[in-house]
Ligand binder design. Structure first.
Ligand code: MIC
Ligand code: SF4
Length: 664
């Protein structure tokens, strides 16, 4: 288990560039991009970003915000706008977003990955990610690129918009956890997915908060590139800032196979580099694992659940849909049939993967077995179709199984590796694949991928001629009033621990098309938990949400802050907050408070009125402290907020948009 190793308190005194200092990979990359601050854990640092990515569910807002700056061109060396989430075109709304994104990408200087080209993280790994680089992405699974030695951080769309406008990215320097891998996976049935599920089992969904995971050790060279990317992808479920692997000969081989060897550089930690913590995983000891409903850290050995009847299996997502994975899945399905009571869906991660497995006959094997082939997109992972039946049991090779995320709150979603999932689809019940007579082919990474970037459109070379196409569903981004000095907030909702952004702002095929229309999407805030939330919030002048630990875990969707803000939520008071959600709350002017003592949580009931006086005066950088009076009981409790100077100014102004306008 994790043990606290050598601390690193004096790091701030170390001069970077000195050959005497042994650096880990995270320090090397951050030092090369550092423009202000120092790299001691907990310090505020400001970083120059090399690449940004957006996707259509977060990108429309990000580009509206960028457009509002009046700038003509994006100021980051590389920006890519993907369309992969909102691909069900039930009416005009999603295709209008696609056209808008295509036009702004051409005009402002981003590459545009067309719908059908694949899931942003898989495509970015294939075509753009670069070892040693620093990337910001408006999606929580941006760390996928860490598999290739890039430091890639997920964040809200507004942070990406300000970086595209030329701002530095500000964050608190995380601690760095060394994850030492030893041994070798007992393949074929134990895969990279089991590595990250084992880490989730040990550390839980909040075990990575405030940390970056850096992988090292002899086990690293036994994992190919896309296996490494599976691990860094799902590191997001730990709440970690990001995860990263070294860049080695295998990285070089992958980039060569992608026709991009020139993007390679070697990147490893120096001998003697220090870490805040260390965790050791013996790959050889792992077995096929499964996360039970409704949390990715509720992990057990798959065998413990054997015999449970399964209604649906979904294979794909940004976690598990590489070429090797899909070829192996095809070999499992080859000549067999999906169980009669079980649906199997497969969504290859990218057009490149889809085209290759189609050319090589693997898609035919999948179809013949009864698989329902879906587009290269997020699809069922975000509830864009393929919801399970009432109280249905779905087994998915995806990364999240939060309640309702699949499009049906009564369903039960289990997560496991894609090869086990394929065997489960054949058997129609949960089974440890090692106990069956099903075989799987050993698939090597190809020496050459099929490279055809015809679905990636470069920015226009004559942007002045490009007209921005903005459909009627795309509304302006609301801006909040400056923070009031006296607040009396009604407690609109009190929730427990680990509330995800899927709980706060659900997705799915009915709600995702409203991502560009805040007044419309706001009606669905907390819809799955309390359908009358929006109505109640609109009646109260100032609203507050009270939560437990790790509030706002999961996705980067800023709508989970923006829509509550639109409904009048002024304060979110919790035991602890997830990183990206806290940043999003601040960006939209919602005060993120934490109880000074967790027991105070018990003092508050839904419907109470919480008074906070002298809010603006007490709101200072570092750690701000507040006295709260809980009415009608009249009890006093204390809350705190850890904020940077910029965050304090942002909150006082009413959010980042208002702050940027004020300081322009
Ligand atoms: C997710 O996996 O939850 C999403 C959908 O990709 C989100 C982004 C979004 O909600 O737009 C994420 O992970 O950030
Ligand atoms: Fe898409 Fe699912 Fe990956 Fe999010 S986790 S980017 S919804 S595939």
């Amino acid at each position: 288990m994790s043990s606290l190793l050598r601390r690193w308190p004096s790091l701030c005194k170390i001069e970077y560039g000195s050959s005497a200092i042994a650096e880990n990979i995270v320090q090397k990359i951050l030092a090369a991009h550092l423009r202000a601050g120092n790299l001691a854990a907990g310090s505020i640092i400001r970083l120059a970003i090399d690449q940004v990515l957006t996707q259509d569910a977060t990108g429309t807002m990000a580009f509206l915000q960028f457009a509002a700056t009046g700038l003509e061109r994006i100021k980051v060396p590389l920006a890519v706008s993907y369309v992969d989430h909102n691909i069900l075109q039930n009416d005009f709304r999603n295709p209008d977003d696609h056209r808008y994104l295509q036009s702004v990408a051409a005009k402002f200087g981003a590459y545009f990955s067309r719908p059908g080209n694949g899931i942003c993280h898989q495509v970015h790994l294939e075509r753009f990610a670069r070892p040693g680089g620093l990337m910001l992405g408006a999606d929580s699974h941006t760390p996928t690129a860490g598999g290739l030695g890039m430091l890639a951080i997920g964040t809200g769309g507004l942070d990406v918009a300000t970086v595209m406008a030329g701002d530095l990215y500000e964050m608190k320097m995380p601690e760095v956890m060394l994850v030492r891998l030893t041994g070798q996976l007992a393949q074929p049935w134990v895969t990279a997915m089991d590595v990250i599920m084992e880490i989730l089992r040990r550390l839980t969904v909040k075990g990575g908060v405030g940390k970056i995971l850096e992988f090292a050790g002899p086990g690293v060279t036994t994992l190919n590139l896309t296996e490494r990317a599976t691990i860094t992808n799902m590191g997001a479920e730990l709440g970690a800032t990001t995860s990263i692997f070294p860049s080695d000969e295998l990285t070089r081989r992958y980039l060569r196979a992608q026709g991009r060897e020139k993007d390679w550089m070697a990147l490893t930690a120096d001998h003697g580099a220090l870490y805040d913590e260390e965790l050791e995983i013996d790959l050889g000891q792992l077995e096929p694992l499964m996360a039970k409903p409704h949390s990715p850290d509720d992990v057990v050995a798959i065998g413990e659940l054997s015999g449970k009847k399964v209604d649906q299996v979904c294979i794909g997502s940004c976690t598990n849909s590489s070429y090797q994975v899909l070829k192996a899945v095809a070999s499992i399905l080859d000549g067999r049939s999906v169980a009669p009571h079980c649906d199997l869906t497969i969504n290859p991660g990218s057009k490149q993967v889809y085209e290759m497995v189609a050319r090589e006959g693997d898609v035919a094997k999948m179809i013949a077995a009864g698989a329902r082939m879906l587009e290269s997109a997020c699809g069922p992972c975000i509830g864009m179709g393929q919801a399970p039946q009432t109280s249905g049991i779905s087994v998915r090779s995806f990364n999240r199984n939060f309640p309702g995320r699949c499009g049906n709150r009564s369903a039960f979603v289990y997560l496991c590796n894609p090869l086990a999932a394929a065997v489960i689809a054949l058997q129609g019940e949960i089974v440890d694949p090692r106990t069956t007579d099903v075989t799987v082919a050993e698939v090597k990474e190809p020496a050459q991928f099929v490279i055809n970037d015809n679905m990636i459109l470069p920015p226009s070379s004559s942007p002045e001629t490009v007209e921005i196409i903005r459909g009627p569903n795309i509304q302006d981004v609301p801006v909040k009033q400056p923070l009031a000095n006296q607040l009396a907030c009604e407690v609109l909702l009190k929730v427990g621990d680990n509330i995800s952004t899927d709980d706060i702002m659900p997705a799915g095929s009915n709600i995702l098309p409203l991502r560009s229309n805040i007044p419309a999407i706001a009606e669905f805030v907390f819809y799955g938990i309390d359908a009358s939330f929006a109505q109640r919030a609109k009646k109260a002048k100032y609203g507050m949400i009270v939560g437990g630990e790790n509030y706002g875990q999961g996705s980067s969707r800023e709508h989970a802050a923006l829509a509550p803000m639109y409904l009048g939520v002024e304060v979110v008071l919790t035991k602890s907050l997830a990183r990206i959600h806290k940043a999003n709350l601040i960006n939209y002017g919602i005060l993120p408070l934490e109880f000074e003592v967790p027991e105070s949580y018990e003092e508050i009931r839904q419907g109470d009125r919480i008074e906070i006086g002298d809010v603006r005066t007490q709101l200072i950088s570092g750690e701000a402290h507040f006295d709260l009076v809980v009415q009608p009981a009249g009890k006093r409790i204390r809350a705190k907020a850890a904020l940077s100077e910029r965050e304090v100014k942002t909150l006082k102004a009413g959010g980042l948009l208002a702050y940027v306008k004020m300081s322009a």
